[in-house]
Design a protein around this ligand. Structure first.
Ligand code: AMP
Length: 396
C-alpha cells in the first residue's frame, strides 16, 4: 500500500495527515488502519518509532463524531507517553471539532475536573489518575466506543494491571479495543484474551528485532572504573544527541553533575522523582536542542518520540533484555544511524548473554584506546578457564 488515500480514511483526516507532512503510511499503518476502520479489535506488536500512534489514532478520529460523553479512551503507562499521544491526537483531529484531553498524575485535580466538565471526546490517560476520577464520580465511561491499551507490557511492569482491568470493566462490552504490547508474556496474553473479541493480529518488524540501523558494542571494564569509563566515552564520542540510561534514580542524579563538567555537553535528567513540570521541560529541551544529553531511568525508554538521538549509552547492562531493546529504540529511529554502547562489568555477564540471546546477535566487545584500564579478566582476548586442570598423576 503506497498511499493514505487507499486506506479508507475520511477527508478531514486525510487533510490532517497531509498537514502533518506524512507522505505515505508506514507498514503498521497500512496494515492496521483498514482493519480498525472495519470496527475489528486488534492485538498489535510493533516496535516504537514505527508510526504505531497514528495507526490507532487515524481510524478512530476518522470515524468519531462530537458527543456529550467521552467516546475514546487511550491508556498509556507514563505521563510522557500520554502527553505525546495527546499531541498527535490534536494534529490528526485538526479538521474535526473533537475535544482531546490529557489526564495523568503528578499534577493538581482542579484543572482536570474543569476539563472533564467541558465534555472531552477523547481522553488520553495514565491508569492511576483515571481510576481516581472514575471513583470520585468525575467521569463516566459508559459511552466509550474505542478503547486503546498501549504499551501494555510496560503497564504490567509498572504494576498497573489491576487498575487497567478495573478500567476495562467500566467500558461497555460493545466497544472496539485496540491492544498494543511489544512483548506478550502470559499475564498479558490472558488480559488480551479477556479484553478483546476475535482480534486481528498485526505484527510489524518482529517482537524481538531492535532497530536495525543501530550498531551495538559492549565496553568491558572493572567495577571500580565504570564511572571513569562512561565519562571518558561521553568525552570522546562525537554525538549530536545522547541518552544515557541508568538503572536507578540515584545513579542518574550522581552522573548528571559529572557529565555537566564535560565540554560541549548540555545535560538534563529524567526520572520519576523529578517534578512533572521539570520532566516536561527536560524532554522539551532535549527535543529542541537546549539539552544534548539526557540521563534517564527506564521511564524514558518506552515509546518516547525523540528524533535524532545519535547515541544511547547504558550505564549498566539492563536486567531485562526487553529493556535493552526499548532503550536502543531511542536511536536509529526513522532509518538514521545510531550507536548503542553498554558498559559491562563482570557481575553482568549473565544479563549480557541474555541481551545477546534476545537480539539474536553477538555484540562486539570494545576497548577504549589509551584509557588507563585497571586489570579485569573481561578484557583478555582469550580468557583463561577459571579452574586449572589438576597436574597429571595427582589424584584425590
Ligand atoms: P510512533 O511510532 O507512533 O511513536 O511514531 C514515530 C514518529 O513517526 C512520530 O514522530 C510520528 O509523527 C512519525 N510518523 C508516524 N507516521 C508517519 C508517516 N506515515 N510518515 C512520516 N512520519 C510518520
Amino acid at each position: 500500500m503506497s498511499s493514505f488515500d487507499e486506506l479508507g480514511l475520511s477527508g478531514a483526516v486525510l487533510r490532517a495527515v497531509k498537514r502533518a507532512g506524512y507522505d505515505a503510511p508506514t507498514p503498521v499503518q497500512a496494515q492496521a488502519i483498514p482493519i480498525a476502520l472495519e470496527g475489528r479489535d486488534i492485538v498489535g506488536a510493533s516496535q516504537t518509532g514505527t508510526g504505531k500512534t497514528a495507526a490507532f489514532a487515524l481510524p478512530i478520529v476518522s470515524t468519531m463524531k462530537r458527543s456529550t460523553k467521552p467516546q475514546c479512551l487511550v491508556l498509556e503507562p507514563t505521563r510522557e507517553l500520554a502527553a505525546q499521544v495527546e499531541d498527535q491526537m490534536n494534529v490528526f483531529s485538526y479538521y474535526k471539532p473533537l475535544n482531546v484531553m490529557l489526564l495523568h498524575g503528578g499534577v493538581g485535580y482542579g484543572h482536570q475536573i474543569e476539563a472533564l466538565e467541558s465534555k472531552p471526546d477523547i481522553i488520553i490517560a495514565t491508569p492511576g489518575r483515571l481510576l481516581d476520577h472514575i471513583e470520585k464520580g468525575n467521569l463516566d465511561l459508559s459511552n466509550i466506543q474505542y478503547l486503546v491499551l498501549d504499551e501494555v507490557d510496560r503497564m504490567l511492569d509498572m504494576g498497573f494491571l489491576p487498575d487497567v482491568k478495573k478500567i476495562i470493566d467500566r467500558c461497555p462490552p460493545g466497544r472496539q479495543t485496540l491492544f498494543f504490547s511489544a512483548t506478550m508474556p502470559g499475564a498479558i496474553e490472558t488480559l488480551a484474551n479477556w479484553a478483546l473479541k476475535e482480534p486481528a493480529e498485526v505484527e510489524i518488524g518482529g517482537r524481538r528485532s531492535p532497530a536495525e540501523t543501530v550498531s551495538h558494542a559492549f565496553y568491558p571494564v572493572g567495577m571500580d572504573q565504570r564511572d571513569e569509563l562512561i565519562l571518558e566515552l561521553v568525552k570522546r564520542t562525537g554525538f549530536e544527541s545522547m541518552m544515557i540510561f541508568t538503572r536507578t534514580k540515584k545513579e542518574a542524579d550522581s552522573l548528571l553533575p559529572r557529565i555537566k563538567e564535560i565540554e560541549g555537553t548540555k545535560p538534563t535528567a529524567l526520572h520519576s522523582d523529578i517534578r512533572q513540570s521539570d520532566r516536561t521541560k527536560a524532554l522539551q529541551g532535549f527535543r529542541d536542542g537546549t539539552f544534548n544529553v539526557i540521563v534517564a531511568t527506564d521511564i524514558a525508554a518506552r515509546g518516547l518520540d525523540v528524533s535524532g538521538v545519535t547515541h544511547v549509552i547504558n550505564y549498566r547492562v539492563p536486567e531485562n533484555p526487553e529493556d535493552y531493546v526499548h532503550r536502543i529504540g531511542r536511536t536509529g529511529r526513522a532509518q538514521m544511524e545510531g550507536d548503542a554502547f553498554t558498559i559491562l562489568t563482570a557481575d553482568e555477564l549473565e544479563n549480557a548473554a541474555a541481551v545477546e540471546h534476545y537480539v539474536d546477535q553477538k555484540i562486539e566487545r570494545r576497548k577504549l584506546d589509551n584509557f588507563n584500564y585497571h586489570y579485569t579478566a573481561l578484557l583478555e582476548e582469550n580468557p583463561k578457564p577459571l579452574r586449572r586442570r589438576r597436574p597429571p598423576g595427582k589424584r584425590r
